[in-house]
Design a protein around this ligand. Structure first.
Ligand SMILES: Cc1ncc(COP(=O)(O)O)c(C=O)c1O
Length: 470
């Protein structure tokens, strides 16, 4: 079908509106030579105009050579009717804030953090389950659904979270979201007013900073040391709406918050009457020591827990979830409904079956072995290449680590350009800092989506680019 909005209140006749829009789509190359146009009857029905309007618009396009009719087969876009407009005439999409993994330059070794091994997505199994779900689904599942998400997924998820993370929640507390990113955004509508204050770890992912500052809130940064957020520096007189924390694996510095600081956080939240937002983005991948328990388990009525399938499966799925205190269940569903009604139903059902049949846990075990090897390769490669000139920071968890090179300033554009020119991309911790100037010697190195060979080559390239500095 063609997207041809017509305006009945406009002075411009309907024939001209239809003609102009098809002509524009052909000229701009949105409709290609050989594309079949809908029949006049189909298009008239689709955009609710009389068939004569379409007949006349098509006649005009035919007469001017934009389209051609083939006897017995229909109407087609003619050859040679598209036109290369000057760049400035064509609206360009805004630059993406994340470097998209789909558009990665294959020559560059990109140590981007937060990406799982994209070529290990369980495609066969996923497509098999997708086929099953689509074939078996009742027709009603192709309609609108409720904002909290499918019961099947919430049931599978609550059992999985109890088994693997010791998280206890009722099905009502679970809300399925479009990734953790949507969960962060929903919180702005749910809890923030333009004069609100949000406590954040410093450094913290710059996307989270942007989401809250855009809503008008003021960030209150609390510095992070090698054990996570420094709870003795929490502002006792602050009336913040919530504090965003990453206790299982601080992003980006990589620490695990010890129990004493967890208790201090909960006590702080109770004393100042604020919520704690626990971003638990990659705790499934812990390579040594016992699993880290959640903050949510300590006080389910104070903590809003955010989880995601972006790291354990794929960010392209865009499925995440929140576990909400009972006081926020109703309002969060309403906020989700106003945002996008609900997350895609059939994808949720595929994921529910994937979890229920035990595939998720098997996949995580398999990927853990792979990431562990990649992490070890990165660490030994850095140590072998730089010796005492590098310090590896962050716990043995997740999909990234921090490499510190005392004396090197990664905010220096000449250094970043040298790295880029040798074909390697690394990410300064400083880009995540609220108060800048403390992390200029540290870089985040993500290893989830790089093979061991790429990691070794990437470290060689880093050494090559930094040879004048170290
Ligand atoms: C720390 C952290 N939390 C949350 C997210 C967002 O994940 P999602 O893909 O679920 O929106 C990211 C994305 O990279 C992240 O780095």
């Amino acid at each position: 079908m063609l997207w041809i909005p017509v305006d009945r209140t406009a002075e411009k006749p309907l024939i001209r509106q239809v003609y102009d829009q098809i002509r524009q789509q052909i000229l701009h190359g949105e409709l290609h030579a050989g594309d079949r146009l809908p029949s006049t009857r189909e298009l008239a029905e689709d955009i609710h105009v009389s068939r004569n309007v379409i007949l006349e618009a098509y006649d005009q396009l035919l007469a001017e050579g934009y389209i051609e009719s083939r006897r017995g087969s229909g109407t087609y876009v003619a050859e040679g009717a598209s036109f290369a407009f000057a760049e400035a005439d064509i609206p360009q999409p805004a630059a993406a804030s994340f470097a998209s993994s789909a558009q990665k330059n294959s020559d560059i070794i990109n140590f981007r953090s937060g990406l799982p091994a994209l070529d290990h997505f369980p495609r066969k199994l996923w497509s098999h389950l997708t086929q099953q779900i689509y074939q078996q689904a009742d027709a009603s599942l192709f309609g609108y659904d409720s904002p909290e998400g499918r019961l099947e997924l919430r049931q599978a998820l609550s059992r999985y979270l109890l088994r693997t993370r010791g998280v206890r929640c009722s099905l009502d507390q679970l809300l399925i979201t479009t990734g953790a990113a949507q969960a962060f955004s929903l919180l702005t509508n749910l809890l923030l007013t333009p004069d609100s204050r949000v406590i954040v770890e410093d450094p913290i992912t710059n996307e989270v900073q942007t989401i809250y500052t855009r809503s008008g809130a003021t960030l209150v940064p609390v510095p992070v040391d090698m054990h996570g957020i420094q709870t003795d520096l929490l502002p006792a007189d602050e009336r913040a709406a919530f504090a965003v924390v990453t206790p299982s694996h601080q992003y980006p510095l990589g620490s695990i918050l010890p129990i004493q600081r967890r208790i201090a956080l909960i006590n702080f939240a109770r004393a100042t009457d604020c919520y704690l937002v626990e971003d638990d983005y990659d705790s499934e991948f812990r390579y040594s020591g016992p699993p880290v328990s959640s903050l949510q388990g300590l006080d389910p009525e104070r903590v809003i827990y955010i989880g995601t399938f972006s790291k354990i499966l794929s960010p392209a799925l865009r499925i995440g979830y929140m576990i909400l205190p009972s006081s926020l269940i109703t309002s969060s569903r309403q906020t989700k409904r106003l945002s996008d009604l609900h997350s895609p139903t059939l994808d949720q059902l595929v994921l529910a079956r994937f979890i229920e049949e035990g595939h998720l846990e098997r996949h995580i075990m398999k990927m853990k072995r792979l990431y562990h090897k990649r992490r070890d390769t990165l660490i030994s490669s850095l140590n072998h290449t730089f010796g005492k000139l590098v310090q590896i920071e962050g716990e043995s968890t997740g999909l990234h680590l921090v490499a510190a090179f005392p004396g090197i300033n990664f905010t220096d554009t000449a250094i970043m350009q040298a790295l880029e020119q040798t074909g390697v991309q690394v990410y300064p911790v400083e880009i995540h800092a609220v108060h800048t100037g403390y992390h200029s010697h540290q870089i985040v190195l993500g290893y989830g989506n790089l093979t061991e060979e790429e990691i070794i080559e990437g470290v060689k390239r880093i050494a090559h680019a930094l040879q004048a500095e170290v």
